[in-house]
Ligand binder design. Structure first.
Ligand code: ADP
Ligand code: 5SP
Length: 493
């Protein structure tokens, strides 16, 4: 970590991800000077989450307590203050959030946000500001009926993909909004604004509702990704007056305004510190990894995702096309796999006594190809492909029920990465001699896992110094937005 000059400008990036809230500050030369994080399960145990979420008894509904995210921000900022972090030097900040999650603000919350008292923390003051306490998150797959209805209204799955970049997916926010309207109408009626996790984070820094940016907004099945406006067909199929609840979407590079007077007084932020639009964690990672044409990024966070930049959108029935968070007219393609790190953790706990070192030794001690043994491990309903269950096959293609811990570990990791490659190639991605795989996320700290990734993709794998590329990308976006003065968003949006 570089030592910054005492009064030099800083740029702050935050990431409200699935399992934690993270922060990175960089100096004007892009060097990281401060890093911190709050782990939801262990540091906020009163919310009783596992992996940052609650899985409901139906096995399909997955939510996170919205007040846990608020309390995590209090804790993070208090801790940075106690460590002597120079809030007054922060010229601009930005952030990211796990994608697709929805925050439902209760009627009257806008007023509360503008009247925050610097003598009290956010958690105390925002306790009654949400009409829904348990926010649906990206792991949710309970909105199947709403997805079917949206596709029918839009003229079919492919037509919906042409408009919004994706066929209907259960975790996409529009379908979650439909489900709330149908199943909990009172709470829906008591909602004055709907944010994504990213724009919710930005709202906490602005002290008023922040716009949803085009890139994260592409993960809702509501935005026309070519016109960069809400699609009237999708709005009408989801809820009446939805446009008012969402506000106008904004460019991902927009400067939304100065940091709130609450944060200026409580932590010493300068009144000239700008808040640059927050975006999704994968789009922010794309910014943080500075992808070149032909590169493919593999994020091994809670989910495994693959993404790359695109100049022209080519939506299909699998995977997603989002607006690019950096190139104003560009796009990005993304594939998301739900059974990523949490499945590797389960196998680590069962086969390796809970130790990543033993897990890594199992990979070191088994050959590439695993003597022909391979497995597909879908602990929960997978997104790509929609499948569930554990399926192990030996070298003779016979289904088997178990094998040694070492074979299990390699079968899991090889099976996961073969599936990642297969689905990327189906989307048209081709691996050539110049291909670089850029890995990020928590599991990218594991050299043996990266070796399997490199073997399966037959390409060199690179990492960046910080595995928190979403957070770092947010700090870069803050600096970039500040220097280019961004695109100023409509303050009333
Ligand atoms: N040494 C390791 N080997 C493999 N996986 C790891 C290792 N260290 C952390 N992880 C995985 O990283 C995951 C968290 O990654 P992270 O990018 O921080 O997630 P998120 O941003 O979604 O909260 C954990 O669930 C854990 O399984
Ligand atoms: O659903 C998706 C992307 O479409 C997920 O990738 C979420 O954005 C969660 O990200 P991580 O917390 O796993 O980084």
């Amino acid at each position: 970590m570089a030592a910054a000059e005492p009064d030099s400008p800083l740029y702050l990036g935050l990431d409200f991800s699935t399992q934690q809230l993270k922060a990175v500050a960089i100096d004007g030369d892009l060097g990281p000077v401060h890093q911190d994080s709050v782990q939801f399960d262990s540091e906020l145990p009163e919310f009783r989450t596992h992996g940052g979420v609650h899985i409901h008894p139906d096995g399909l509904t997955v939510t996170s307590p919205v007040l846990m995210w608020v309390k995590a921000l209090d804790l993070l900022l208090d801790r940075m203050k106690a460590a002597g972090f120079g809030f007054s030097r922060v010229r601009a900040l930005s952030g990211s959030g796990q994608q697709h999650g929805a925050v439902f603000w209760r009627t009257g919350a806008a007023r509360t946000l503008t009247q925050l008292d610097p003598g009290q923390n956010l958690h105390q003051q925002l306790t009654d500001s949400f009409s829904v306490q348990d926010s649906p998150v990206w792991m949710d797959s309970s909105s199947g009926p709403q997805c079917d209805a949206l596709q029918e209204a839009a003229g079919g799955a492919m037509r919906l993909a042409d408009i919004t970049g994706s066929r209907a997916y259960e975790r996409f926010t529009g379908n979650q909004i439909s489900k709330l309207r149908q199943t909990r109408p009172d709470q829906f009626q008591d909602t004055e604004r709907i944010s994504l996790v990213s724009s919710f984070g930005a709202s906490l820094f602005l002290g008023r509702y922040a716009a949803i940016d085009y890139s994260d907004g592409s993960g809702m099945n509501l935005l026309d990704i070519r016109d960069r406006m809400w699609s009237q067909i999708c709005l009408d199929a989801t809820a009446t007056n939805l446009k008012r609840l969402l506000g106008e979407p904004s460019p991902s590079t927009a400067v939304l305004g100065p940091v709130s007077s609450f944060l200026q007084h409580r932590y010493g932020f300068s009144g000239s510190c700008s808040v640059v639009a927050f975006t999704g964690d994968n789009p922010a990672s794309l910014a943080g990894m500075r992808l070149h044409q032909g590169d493919i990024a593999v994020s091994l966070g809670t989910s495994d995702t693959l993404f790359l930049s695109l100049s022209e959108p080519r939506p299909s029935l699998e995977g997603h096309v989002f607006c690019n968070p950096v190139e104003p007219d560009g796009f990005m393609a993304l594939l998301c796999f739900k059974n990523g790190s949490l499945t590797r953790e389960r196998v680590r706990d069962r086969c390796c006594s809970g130790s990543w070192d033993v897990f890594s030794q199992a990979l070191d001690g088994t050959p590439l190809g695993n003597h022909g043994n391979i497995g597909f491990y879908f602990d929960t309903m997978e997104i790509t492909p929609p499948a569930v269950g554990l399926h192990r096959f030996d070298a003779n293609d016979r289904q088997v029920s178990s094998w040694s811990p070492e074979l299990e570990v390699r079968a899991l990791v090889e099976g996961q990465f073969l599936s990642r490659r297969l689905h990327a190639e189906r989307l048209g991605y081709s691996i050539g001699s110049g291909t670089r795989v850029l890995a990020t996320g928590g599991a990218s700290a594991n050299r043996q896992i990266l070796q399997v990734l490199s073997d399966v993709f037959n390409a060199p794998v690179y990492t960046i110094d910080l595995s928190d590329s979403a957070c770092l990308g947010s700090a870069y976006r803050a600096l970039h937005g500040n220097h280019s003065n961004g695109t100023t968003a409509n303050p009333t949006s």
